[in-house]
Design a protein around this ligand. Structure first.
Ligand code: ADP
Ligand code: ZN
Length: 750
């Protein structure tokens, strides 16, 4: 390693990345400056590089302490795959093998050495360490040192004395667990008092969260898993028996799922892990024991079939999805009865404090599952982080909100009725008046003579009740509690009327929909969760590249992601690099991988592209690091599109992106808005007759005509019945889009 290289040069040459993620650079220079640091970053945030780059730049050896023995081999394979001399020592090696590794390390032939914490207690190993004298000590999963964490490891206590034996050696403690108590504990126990704390947001922008009632679990699982056929998924269960039964159930329906739990033979467990990591089995049905030893970057789905026992645990377990930064989904199946299973075990706990603690954590978890607040916000607030955005665009709650309708007129009617009847009545009476009831009491009070009597025709009572609830939640109506609660219009409600403000409310369900509401609910949420269209890339080429990757990986006996991650393959399938120079711009292509795999991948891409006349589009792939930093790794898929400027009004920006023939998901991503918002803009512009380029978005004639039929049958105002009519194959987005075309073309039923 030439000593004049900068961290950025090392990042490019060894790891093939063009820019640092937030904080990586600061952490690296802190370590190079000989300082301690505590690094708190979510899973997939890129912690490893923070010590791997200093390891390459400092003289001598970097010691990495990690509790995850099963992971070490993959990590070391990954580093070796990038031409970095790394090794590990743990109980899976024989005494002779350990001697060999120690010998190499003493001769300076190893730059990064992974060890398990229990090794530090062995005098022989301590003598070895004294002799090589590491230049940096990295402590991975540092929360294991704290009894307050959920993964306390007594062996981590050995680290205290390690710290004392090497007082001058900088220590970097890294963790993805962020509760403050654990943080303080790490600092205390490792004596990091003068060190810097690097705290990044714990938001995982590429993860989508949702909660579903467990009642209809099988159907939901089957749909979701079938949509993700070849993709890696984990389903977490409460008990060993549950994992086996559910795996069987799924296999009986044609999916390939293996159970995993601590009761299986070690050989079987190892084989299952291995098959999963090597992409031979897509679905694992496991107890939470599974995953600790898995560092698979491309897990696309994590389902909790049972309630986790804490939100912290839930965050950790779902955190295993999407480490590579590409979109992934986290689904919690919730049944209130699951709480009882945990409570039963909590009741057995003898220590009173511990028991209270466990109860509190469980209650938080249940709150999460039952609440209708943004899931992302709930999780982040649990970790003491503030989330300012109103709509995260990536959880079931927020996505449903995106389905809001214009409730201005109906709200005006409701508020007026409350005022006209003298603010002395409850919701029931107001609803009766609005819907034109001639009940005795209405007539006696003379309310059938009011101008608001019978002015609502298009909402039924149930819907009006929901609207009233929402108006209360928004603070436009207040309810005076008492034996007979009455409604009153608040100051805000009056302003709404006087200033002729507009108002959107969440979709309301018709009474006729009530019976099978839960089932529908489940379905519409699946749709919302899985409708995220893949970024634009060539699916056929991607599959071919995946095949090549697997072939190479199997021949070398390493997991496929050690050859290239999905991000790299997606970029290749999006940009068709056809020269060595372009190929080296692809994320994840460093010098060693370029030399080792460049020709084979390039060969395949060239043949594919040239037979179809596709040009090399890698130009500018790494030009704009800044935008990448703002919006996260997700954007790496189409980095060349990051260049677009945001100018003009929000509608103008959307129009301009349309004229460049971007798809709706792309525009949404580019603008950090939801697809629902973008469609709303299109609808608004279409209404106003704004000129815009839409042709590239037009669904096929066949689909448009199906949607048109449905609109004619159900009426065009509410989407839900239309969607019900059409079935799951049609997304809300597509229906809205088709409706725009139909209105433009003047053949809508309305
Ligand atoms: P963590 O240990 O925080 O969970 P990793 O270190 O495993 O995260 O990194 C997650 C993924 O992100 C890995 O595939 C890694 O190679 C990739 N990565 C890390 N830093 C960068 C970067 N600066 N640019 C692009 N990819 C990166
Ligand atoms: Zn949300």
């Amino acid at each position: 390693m030439p000593s004049h290289s900068s961290p950025l040069e090392v990042l490019k040459s060894h790891f093939g990345y063009g820019s640092f993620r937030p904080m990586q650079e600061e952490i690296i220079s802190n370590a190079l400056g000989g300082q301690d640091s505590l690094v708190l970053m979510p899973t997939g945030g890129g912690k490893s590089i923070c010590y791997q780059i200093p390891a390459l730049m400092l003289d001598g050896l970097t010691l990495v302490v990690s509790p995850l023995i099963a992971l070490m081999k993959d990590q070391v394979d990954g580093l070796n795959g990038n031409g970095i001399p790394a090794r590990f020592i743990n109980s899976s090696l024989s005494g002779a093998e350990i001697n060999t590794v120690q010998g190499m390390a003493s001769r300076g032939e190893v730059k990064i050495l992974y060890v398990a914490p229990e090794r530090l207690a062995l005098p022989g190993f301590r003598r070895f360490l004294e002799q090589v004298h590491p230049s940096l000590i990295a402590i991975d999963e540092a929360h294991c040192i704290s009894e307050w964490g959920h993964e306390f490891r007594p062996d981590y206590r050995n680290l205290k004395s390690l710290r004392q034996d090497f007082p001058g050696v900088p220590v970097m403690a890294l963790t993805a667990t962020a509760t403050e108590r654990v943080q303080r504990d790490i600092v205390d126990q490792l004596d990091l008092r003068d060190g810097k704390v690097f705290l990044s947001s714990f938001n995982r922008p590429n993860l989508r969260y949702s909660v579903h009632p467990k009642g209809n679990y099988l159907r939901l699982l089957l749909t979701t898993l079938r949509e993700r056929r070849d993709q890696s998924s984990i389903i977490y269960c409460f008990s060993r028996r549950e994992t086996e039964e559910l795996a069987e159930e799924l296999n009986a329906r044609g999916l390939s799922a293996h159970p995993y739990h601590a009761g299986l033979e070690p050989v079987t467990r190892r084989q299952t892990q291995e098959d999963f990591i090597r992409d031979r089995v897509p679905v694992i049905v496991a107890t939470i024991a599974f995953g600790m030893g898995i560092d698979k970057p491309d897990i696309r789905l994590v389902v909790h079939y049972s309630l986790p026992k804490s939100l912290e645990g839930y965050y950790q377990e779902t955190g295993r999805a999407g480490r590579d930064g590409l979109p992934a989904e986290c689904v919690l199946l919730f049944a209130y009865a699951d709480k009882a299973k945990h409570s039963y075990f909590i009741d057995q706990v003898e220590d009173g404090t511990e028991q209270r603690n466990a109860r509190r954590m469980l209650d938080r978890m249940v709150d999460y599952a039952e609440s209708r607040a943004c899931r992302r916000r709930s999780i982040l607030e649990y970790f003491g982080e503030r989330w300012e955005e109103e709509n995260c665009g990536g959880c079931d709650v927020c996505l449903e909100k995106a389905e809001e309708f214009d409730a201005t007129e109906i709200s005006q009617k409701v508020l007026s009725a409350v005022i006209r009847t003298g603010q002395r009545f409850g919701a029931m009476h107001v609803i009766q008046v609005l819907t034109g009831s001639r009940e005795k009491r209405v007539v006696e009070l003379g309310h059938d003579k009011l101008s608001v009597h019978g002015i609502v025709k298009d909402y039924d009572r149930q819907q009006l009740r929901e609207i009233i609830n929402q108006l209360r939640a928004r603070g436009l109506l207040a309810r005076n509690e008492g034996e007979f609660p009455t409604l009153a219009v608040t100051g805000e409600g009056r302003r709404f009327l006087q200033e002729r403000q507009t108002l959107s409310l969440g979709r309301v369900r018709a009474a006729s929909e009530g019976a099978s509401a839960e089932l529908r609910e489940g379905r519409s949420r699946t749709e919302a969760v899985s409708s995220r269209a893949p970024a634009e890339y060539d699916g056929a080429l991607f599959e071919e590249l995946r095949g090549l990757r697997r072939e190479i990986a199997d021949a070398k006996g390493v997991p496929p992601f050690v050859v290239f991650g999905d991000v790299s393959l997606l970029q290749m399938a999006a940009a068709y690099p056809q020269s060595t120079e372009s190929f080296s711009r692809i994320s994840g292509v460093g010098q060693v991988k370029l030399e080792e795999y460049g020709e084979r991948f390039l060969g395949m891409i060239r043949e594919y592209a040239q037979s179809r006349g596709l040009e090399d589009g890698t130009e500018g792939l790494f030009e704009t690091e800044e935008r990448a930093r703002v919006s996260g790794a997700d954007d790496e898929v189409r980095p060349e599109r990051r260049r677009r400027q945001r100018t003009g009004t929000t509608y103008d920006v959307t129009r301009s992106l349309l004229s460049q023939r971007f798809s709706i998901p792309e525009i949404a991503r580019e603008r950090d808005l939801t697809t629902g918002t973008i469609l709303g803009q299109l609808e608004r512009m279409a209404e106003q007759g704004t000129d815009m380029e839409l042709d590239h978005l037009r669904p096929s004639d066949a689909r448009i005509s199906e949607i048109r039929m449905a609109l004619e049958v159900c009426g065009g105002e509410f989407l839900r019945p239309v969607r019900e009519y059409l079935g799951e194959e049609f997304s809300y987005d597509e229906i809205r889009l088709a409706r725009i075309f139909l209105r433009r073309e003047g053949i809508s039923s309305e």
